[in-house]
Design a protein around this ligand. Structure first.
Ligand code: F6R
Length: 614
């Protein structure tokens, strides 16, 4: 949440900041702003605007050419309504210090009162302004910008990242990180900083991830990293990024979400090719000691949020079926406060696209403290969960920009399906011929995904046109199809702003069936499986009450087709891989209904891609 950027070099700084912010806008779009220093003026030039980045762009005069250093911000509001006054960067009264912030300063009320007592006036309602006021206050005592920055941070409690500039050091950008992502980009006679690498891809592939409680000082020609407590310089090793800037662009599609939906065959292929060698599943990031631990675990807990939680629910079915280990799945925000019962025989799997979700990170700390073995299933290379978990498996979905997760979910499902086969092989519970036939099937999933996306697109569009004005939708599934029902409903509500609810189909009779009448579209995920018969009975009950059945079923299933107003077809496939196919029509349905309703598909209201506050 909130995107922050910084630059030190000799480029015209505002376009660099705006380009970075554009790449980060999915992290928040309540307001945006930039602040720059040219090395001659002692006052900082700053401009900020409420709403999306385009509003800021419209205000920036083409003549505002500044060479030097600068910082920028795109906001997802926590403290203070989204308006111009609360937009970042925040400046001190004399406009000599500026700061952008991501995260929450927990003791801001007390700090604000103390500073106000000292005669300092605040302009905004944010916690963020504390940081800039404290920095300038500390500078007034020491006349040392770097030490004042450090002292200010030492007084603030919470998880946050800052980037700041000040008049006294017109060539330097100051950076701090604690549990909020920050990555430094290394250029030639220029250096960059951003909340995530997508903002840097146009400029460099060489990056440095700050660790918690480290601060950095950037100039055009140098990057220095220090430990907050000891002030000692920290050695760092740059990482090479594999993503390209083209991957983070729309590539001719009207929205990132649609592009990412159509990238899913390639994503499935990439996961398979990376993981499967001679019918065996292998992980480049697990060593033999970690494999031994996995062999021994007694119980697995999967912890995640939102779409990643749905991938966790599907993973439970996969692991229990193939590896016969009991799996409990929790949303991170519940798990961390549940006083979880864990010990060294437990494996805690954290699934996260961004690797930065605050609640999942907190759950990871909780699990580590209790001695469990922790494994991150993460998309973003070098993200906090990837670095802090005992072991990590990357999902290799590439950069996901659309706020609604699609290809990252598919990559999580494919990775976890293979992980379940691996665990079954490792623990000797999955028979060789079964494992071989599953791997053979896995090799075909990418083609199946392509086929569904190509063959069903027109029908889904037609269905969307018929129902896009309805106010309520219900999604139902059983077993492997239950997480798909939840995910279909989540995708639908987050981008269409229309109420949609996912239920386990067997639960309908216990209350929700009262909702059913001739106006209610009910999306039934009912591919052929060992529980399809039960699902068919549920469908009959809904039809008897005049509910409108829209189904996802297996090609050639005429019985289901006859009962459905629309049936979206998937090829026949084992239950293990079916969640990868059944969710595809639901992603497209949500997409088309959102477009027909004029929604901002890639930046739905009130949301942000990476939820870095609790
Ligand atoms: C929904 C969506 C969110 C995320 C959730 C977890 O489309 O994207 O529900 O899945 O915020 O995010 P990560 O996976 O980054 O931990």
């Amino acid at each position: 949440m909130c995107g922050i950027v910084g630059y030190a070099g000799d480029k015209d700084v505002i376009p660099v900041l705006l380009k970075g912010l554009q790449a980060l806008e999915y992290r928040g779009y309540d307001s945006s702003g930039v602040a720059c220093l040219n090395g001659k003026d002692s006052r900082i030039f700053s401009i900020k605007e409420e709403g999306k980045l385009e509003n800021l762009r419209a205000r920036i005069d083409g003549d505002s050419k500044i060479k030097g250093i600068g910082i920028g911000h795109t906001r997802w509001a926590t403290h203070g309504v989204p308006n111009q006054m609360n937009a970042h960067p925040h400046l001190d009264e004399k406009e000599q210090f500026a700061i952008v912030h991501n995260g929450i300063i927990e003791n801001y009320v007390q700090l604000r009162a103390e500073l106000e007592e000292k005669g300092i006036h605040f302009k905004s309602d944010t916690d963020s302004e504390i940081a800039v006021q404290l920095w300038q206050y500390e500078f007034a005592q020491s006349q040392d910008a770097q030490e004042a920055f450090r002292k200010a941070i030492l007084q603030m409690r919470g998880r946050f990242a800052f980037v700041g500039i000040c008049h006294d050091a017109p060539g330097h950008v100051y950076v701090f990180r604690r549990s909020n992502p920050i990555v430094i980009g290394l250029g030639k006679e220029e250096n960059f900083v951003a909340s995530d690498v997508t903002a840097l891809l146009d400029y460099t592939k060489d990056v440095v991830y700050l660790d918690d409680n480290e601060y950095a000082v950037l100039s055009a020609s140098s990057v220095e990293v220090y430990n907050l407590e000891t002030k000692e310089k920290v050695d760092f090793k740059p990482t090479k990024i594999e993503w390209s800037s083209e991957q983070a662009q729309k590539g001719g599609y009207p929205h990132f979400m649609l592009k990412e939906i159509y990238e899913q065959p390639a994503v499935v292929d990439a996961v398979f090719n990376k993981r499967v060698v001679d019918h065996m599943v292998e992980w480049d990031t697990l060593d033999s000691k970690q494999e031994e631990l996995l062999k021994q675990v007694h119980k697995i807990h999967i912890v995640s949020c939102g779409t990643a939680y749905h991938a966790g629910l599907a993973s439970k079915y996969m692991i229990e079926e193939n590896a016969r280990i009991s799996v409990e799945v929790s949303v991170s925000s519940e798990f961390r406060y549940s006083d979880p019962i864990l010990d060294k025989n437990d494996l805690v799997i954290l699934i996260s696209q961004s690797g930065e979700t605050a609640d999942t990170l907190a759950a990871l700390s909780e699990a580590k403290e209790r001695g469990a073995f922790t494994l991150g299933i993460v998309n973003v290379l070098g993200s906090t969960i990837a670095r802090e978990a005992d072991a990590v498996i990357y999902t290799h979905a590439g950069p996901e920009i659309g706020v609604a997760s699609t290809k990252a979910y598919i990559a999580q499902l494919m990775t976890m399906a293979l992980f379940s086969i691996y665990l079954g092989q490792l623990r000797g519970v999955l028979k060789e011929d079964r494992s071989k036939s599953l791997i053979d099937e896995a090799a075909e999933v990418s083609n199946d995904v392509k086929r569904v996306l190509e063959s069903q697109a027109e029908l889904i569009k037609k269905c969307s046109k018929e129902f896009y004005e309805r106010k309520d939708f219900v999604y139902l599934g059983r077993g492997y199809d239950f997480p798909t029902a939840l995910e279909g409903a989540l995708k639908f509500k987050e981008i269409t702003y229309t109420h949609a609810h996912g239920y386990a189909a067997g639960e309908m009779k216990h209350g929700p069936i009262a909702l059913v009448d001739e106006n209610l579209p009910i999306i039934c995920i009912a591919p052929q499986s060992k529980i399809q018969e039960k699902m068919m009975s549920n469908i009959e009950e809904l039809r008897a009450r005049k509910g409108i059945i829209i189904s996802v079923g297996t090609e050639g299933d005429t019985a289901l087709k006859e009962k459905s107003a629309y049936m979206f077809e998937i090829p026949a496939i084992s239950a293990l891989f079916s969640p990868i196919l059944t969710v595809l029509p639901l992603q497209l349905l949500a997409y088309h209904v959102a477009v027909l309703n004029g929604r901002d598909v890639d930046k739905p209201r009130n949301l942000a891609k990476s939820v870095t506050v609790e």
